[in-house]
Design a protein around this ligand. Structure first.
Ligand code: ZN
Length: 75
């Protein structure tokens, strides 16, 4: 168990080893949530609204869509 102190602005530093094993790089967007007394932090990845793919994602009318689904849509 690792303990860290919050700084004056409410920030914590995720341990380097943790970032490395979860492949969290600098500027990675994270999702923060909580359940009861537990804070949940997970990697945020853009996913296609239709198939859940995370590659070649673009925006279509405020929804995320992958290249494949976009091509299907344009047939
Ligand atoms: Zn898709």
């Amino acid at each position: 168990m690792i303990t860290r102190k919050l700084d004056e602005l409410g920030r914590i530093c995720l341990p380097k080893e943790m970032r490395k094993s979860l492949d969290i790089k600098e500027r990675q967007r994270l999702e923060i949530d909580f359940r009861n007394e537990t804070i949940i932090i997970r990697k945020h990845e853009d996913k296609c609204t239709f198939c859940g793919s995370t590659s070649d994602i673009s925006n279509f009318k405020e929804k995320k869509i992958c290249k494949k689904c976009l091509e299907e849509l344009c047939k």
